[in-house]
Design a protein around this ligand. Structure first.
Ligand code: DGL
Length: 264
């Protein structure tokens, strides 16, 4: 490992930038490679087998090419499905993103927690386990909100997110039995913190939002605590789809400190 060995952050799209921002705040001197598997976005409507094969294959290639000091799977869908498998095949330390049910259970006063994620995430046994382990005695209401992934991708590119999509996601939780008592919402998809403002308006002022980004950043800082860092002039994004004409994306990546884009 060299001082310039990167921290590699992986997501299906731009959602992982919310994790990158928190990590950079703790480790400003590190070199980051941000990977968006936009050719396969969205992951949320794919099968477990498809997601696992895709994530393991891509991360294997990326690890071989870029020799990262650490890989962060900055995607709840990929992590809840493929984290164990990726850890089995790669020697690089891997940090995953899991729905922040534990802190939500510690925060709720009403005892009713909402969880917004992709369709693939909300059905995972991993989420059942987190609920059983950390939210016994509480009610966890889940809702799959794929339309928020689209809204977040748009917002990051400077477009107005679709207000009907925000309203539909909130209604998906509020309309469930007990939904009117939700006071804490887990944003179990890394895209969704990009929409916190819009979600807060729709849910109302007395609902708190919790995501895993700060916890992941702390974990990465801890795992790299004795390491030296040098950062090149600019970080690198690797996009699996053709993003050459996506100038709004290039601008957004620059805003997150990424000045170079390559295609995988
Ligand atoms: N950002 C991803 C997550 O955290 C999901 C988006 C997608 O459906 O690809 O789950």
């Amino acid at each position: 490992m060299h001082d310039s060995s990167p921290i590699l952050m992986f997501d299906s799209g731009v959602g992982g930038l919310t994790v990158l921002a928190e990590t950079r705040a703790l480790l400003p001197g590190a070199h980051y490679i941000y990977v968006a598997d936009s050719a396969a976005l969205p992951y949320g409507d794919k099968s477990e087998a498809e997601i696992a094969a895709r994530v393991c294959g891509l991360l294997g290639r990326l690890a071989e090419r870029y020799h990262p000091r650490l890989i962060c799977i900055a995607c709840n869908t990929a992590s809840t499905i493929a984290l164990g498998m990726v850890r089995e095949v790669l020697e690089t330390p891997i940090v995953g993103t899991v729905p922040a049910i534990k802190p939500a259970a510690e925060t709720t006063q009403s005892g009713v927690i909402g969880l917004l994620g992709t369709a693939a995430t909300v059905r995972q046994p991993y989420v059942d386990q987190l609920e059983a382990q950390f939210a016994t005695g509480k009610t966890l209401l889940r809702h799959a909100a794929p339309e928020l992934v689209v809204a977040a991708e748009r917002k990051l590119r400077g477009e107005q997110p679709d207000s009907a999509a925000i309203a539909a996601a909130v209604a998906g939780l509020r309309s469930q039995p007990g939904g009117e008592r939700i006071d804490t919402v887990v944003l179990a998809c890394t895209h969704f913190p990009l929409l916190t403002e819009e979600l807060a308006k729709e849910f109302g002022a007395d609902v708190a939002f919790i995501d895993g980004a700060q916890g992941i950043a702390r974990r990465i800082a801890y795992l790299t605590r004795c390491q030296a860092f040098t950062r090149p002039d600019s970080d690198l994004a690797i996009i699996t789809g053709d993003a050459s004409h996506d100038t709004a994306l290039h601008r957004a990546l620059q805003h997150y400190g990424i000045g170079r884009i390559a295609r995988l």
